[in-house]
Design a protein around this ligand. Structure first.
Ligand code: SF4
Ligand code: SF4
Length: 207
């Protein structure tokens, strides 16, 4: 199981600052926990500023096939937006970022683990529920699962011909992140000051 919590309000406000945004809510796991009321309030405030091009509230955005059709029905609203703000777990954000590969896609929630039944979230999806989602710094590719060493500060320097030194069958996650940020014109994200990862958040939720 997993739960999602909103990122700090000021973080989300800064993601939307000066931009047209499309909002995407996933209610698929809300019976476990999703900050529905807080997200709705925040989104009302964004809409009041006139910079929201559209809203899609649906469930299980982690299902790529379903999402293709749903996103297509909002294609014009998404096209009019500079960025898509996703209110979901890390799996959902990655699914949308992979589909909208020319669009900036930002995570508005952090994802935490909860012991117990894993529900319908397919295990092959790449979120380790790390409690401090980095997808906004990495172009929607998870550094925890896409890198063999779960590095959050960039490439280790051991890759050969784009492949990981730990697992030569696997593309280096940080080379993928670099290419994606370059495609989006967001290489400046790599200049962000190093953040100290707060592993305590995992324990607080699990215990
Ligand atoms: S950084 Fe990766 S593991 Fe952590 S919450 Fe985001 S998608 Fe999940
Ligand atoms: S080669 Fe790339 S994916 Fe492998 S451990 Fe180093 S940075 Fe991570």
């Amino acid at each position: 199981m997993l739960i999602t919590e909103l990122k700090p309000m000021e973080t989300i406000a800064s993601l939307a600052e000066g931009k047209k945004v499309f909002l995407l809510n996933c209610l698929g796991c809300k019976e476990v926990h999703f900050p529905e009321k807080e997200a709705a309030k925040l989104q009302e405030e964004l809409a009041a500023k006139g910079n929201v091009t559209g809203v899609l509230t649906t469930d299980y955005i982690c299902n790529p096939e379903n999402m293709k059709l749903r996103l297509q029905s909002h294609a014009e609203e998404i096209k009019a937006a500079d960025a898509v703000l996703v209110f979901s777990c890390g799996v959902g954000v990655q699914t949308i970022a992979a589909y909208l590969e020319d669009k900036k896609v930002y995570a508005c929630c952090d994802t935490y683990p909860l012991p117990g039944f894993q529900g319908v979230t397919p295990l092959e999806y790449k979120c380790d529920q790390c409690g401090e989602c980095y997808l906004n710094l990495t172009g929607g590719i998870c550094p925890i699962t896409a890198c063999s060493k779960s590095l959050v500060n960039g490439q280790c320097g051991g890759s050969k011909n784009g492949m990981c030194e730990v697992d030569p069958e696997m593309e280096c996650g940080w080379e993928r992140i670099y290419r994606r940020l370059k495609q989006l014109g967001r290489l400046d994200a790599l200049k962000c000051p190093t953040q100290v990862r707060n592993f305590a958040t995992d324990d607080e939720v699990s215990n």
